[in-house]
Design a protein around this ligand. Structure first.
Ligand SMILES: Nc1ncnc2c1ncn2[C@@H]1O[C@H](COP(=O)(O)OP(=O)(O)OP(=O)(O)O)[C@@H](O)[C@H]1O
Length: 545
């Protein structure tokens, strides 16, 4: 962390150089072991000690005063020094070549890294969108599943209700059936009764008509007899008249006889008297006959009257019986009709119950098929949900791997530089600005330039946050590391910098202002949010402070 004049950039630069030279070894350290087979220095290899020994060698000729010897020794020393210098030059050339090669390699690696970073970024975005879509899908599926479950429950409840209704209908149907059977039995017996009554009624009607015929016959006979009686009466009256006439004639004759007895001829009178006596005898006989006939006719009339009375009585009785039978038959007919109505009603009820039963059977079948369909859809949804969950878990694992690969590619150790804005008492407005940011494509967003004593010092970091950068922008970079920590990687974030450079502001922020929250509260929020989300996928997080 640097303040307006901090120079953390150097750390990164030296880190880059060290990393370029295989494993970060000091080039001088390779002086000793270096074996340059193709060198012009006669295949002599110099170690550090050799060089140091050569440099610290004191030239002591055996003969101090022999200039030639001194010159030879010096020449030899110079020769060795030259060889050493040549070896150094060759080594330096090699190293420079190697360095150039490494720079090129580094550039290509960086390019590759940038490309990979871009691809990874795209992939991450894609994955994030896939994860979001999967999560949405998952929640939608969960909602759908819950809905299906509730539908299933409702269907089960309605099925049970239908079953109950069916059972109750079946139960209520049994007594109705019994009643119907009873009614049918009653109806058949009543029909039989009606048939027998109808027969009886017919027979009675026939009997009645025969009686009426007989009655009318008797009536005719009675009329005839009455006629005869009237005739007899008339005849009787006539006979009586005749008799009284005869009596009058007889008295006249008797008067004549007495007159004759008194007057003229006794014999003639006697003859007349005999003739008259025989005539009277005949008339008496006739009268007797008429009387007998009358008596006979009277007795016949009486007999006929008795018979008529008897028949009348009999006819009255049979009429009563007929009336009774008719009323009984009417009653039975009415009862039969009411029973037929009842049977009809019961039949209708039975039909309705059977219809209802068929309907309930149909609806039960429909519900059962619906239930089976729902069950199938449920299992399909469950299968899809399981698949989606598996995909989600796999996607999450892939995301973690990619995320952390990206982070590794970005570098395990990253240094960000945040430049805080100038405070009120930092500097006057008219002072030239000590901090500037390069706008070259290579260092855009990564470089910082400091002006000190008129000299410009450039530094490059993994990222540079300008004074206008918000807490949110800083956290966006750090949040990936928090995610890494949640994925099970060890992460350490710390801030360093001089007093008043903004460490506390960056890490903690300003309390009471949500936009000014620092990295720590934001990280904690992310941790708790992720914990909540991942708990739904079966992860368990334990946190300790
Ligand atoms: N990015 C920023 N934007 C606005 N104000 C800032 C920013 N960074 C720091 N400040 C302000 O600068 C002042 C010093 O910041 P801070 O206390 O965070 O520095 P520090 O590095 O923690 O200091 P110390 O080491 O002395 O604790 C504070 O008043 C803070 O509000």
């Amino acid at each position: 962390m640097v303040g307006p004049a901090a120079n953390g950039g150097r750390i990164v630069t030296s880190r880059q150089v060290l990393s370029v030279v295989n494993g970060g070894q000091d080039p001088v350290m390779r002086v000793g072991p270096a074996s340059i087979a193709s060198s012009d220095c006669g295949g002599i290899e110099f170690t550090r000690e050799d060089v140091e020994a050569l440099l610290s060698e004191r030239i002591k000729p055996k003969n101090k005063f022999s200039l030639k010897e001194k010159c030879d020794t010096m020449t030899d020393y110079i020769k060795r020094l030259k060889m050493c210098i040549k070896w150094f030059q060759e080594l330096e050339g090699d190293l420079l070549l190697e360095q150039e090669k490494h720079w090129k390699m580094l550039e290509t690696a960086e390019k590759k890294c940038n490309d990979i970073e871009m691809v990874m970024g795209q992939k991450e975005e894609e994955l994030n969108s896939i994860i979001v879509a999967l999560r949405k899908n998952y929640t939608a599926l969960q909602e759908k599943l819950a809905k299906e479950e509730s539908d299933k429950l409702a269907a089960m409840v309605s099925l049970n209700k239908e079953k109950d209704a069916r059972l109750s209908v079946e139960r209520s149907q049994a007594p109705i059936k019994e009643e119907l059977e009873r009614a049918q039995r009653e109806s058949s017996s009543a029909n039989q009764k009606i048939l027998s009554l109808n027969d009886m009624y017919k027979r009675l009607q026939e009997y009645n008509t025969s009686l009426q015929q007989y009655n009318s016959k008797l009536q005719a006979e009675l009329n005839q007899t009455n006629e005869i009686l009237k005739n007899v009466e008339k005849e009787k009256v006539a006979v009586l008249e005749n008799l009284s006439n005869l009596r009058g004639y007889c008295t006249s004759l008797q008067d004549q006889l007495t007159a004759t007895k008194v007057g003229e001829s006794n014999d003639e009178a006697m003859k007349l008297k005999d003739a008259l006596a025989s005539e009277v005898g005949c008339l008496r006989l006739d009268l007797q006959q008429v009387r007998d006939e009358r008596d006979r006719q009277l007795s016949h009339v009486q007999e006929l009257s008795v018979e008529v009375l008897k028949y009348k009585e009999l006819t009255g009785k049979s009429a009563d019986e007929l009336g009774n039978l008719t009323t009984k038959s009417n009653e039975l007919e009415a009862r039969c009709a009411s029973q037929s109505d009842q049977i009809k009603q019961l039949q209708e009820k039975l039909d309705a119950a059977e219809n209802k039963l068929a309907m309930s059977d149909l609806s039960a079948y429909e519900i059962r098929t619906g239930y089976e369909e729902q069950k199938r859809v449920n299992s399909e949804l469950q299968f899809r949900l399981d698949e989606a969950e598996l995909k989600l878990v796999e996607g999450e694992a892939l995301r973690k791997k990619l995320h952390n690969t990206i982070l590794e590619l970005k570098g395990n150790i990253r240094v960000f530089c945040r430049v805080r804005p100038l405070l009120f008492d930092d500097a006057a407005d008219d002072e030239p600005k000590a901090v500037s940011f390069p706008t070259t494509t290579e260092n855009l967003g990564r470089g910082i330039e400091l002006l000190q004593h008129g000299q410009k010092h450039s530094f490059v970091f993994d990222k540079v946050f300008v004074p206008e950068s918000s807490q949110e922008e800083v956290f966006v970079e750090v949040s990936q590391l928090v995610q890494s920590a949640l994925d099970g990687y060890k992460v350490c974030i710390f801030a360093y910098g001089q007093t008043g450079s903004g460490k506390t502001h960056t890490m903690m922020g300003t309390s009471g202002n949500d936009d000014d929250k620092g990295l720590i509260p934001r990280s904690l929020e992310q941790i708790f949010e992720s914990r909540q989300t991942l708990q739904n996928q079966g992860w368990k997080y334990e946190m300790q402070v």
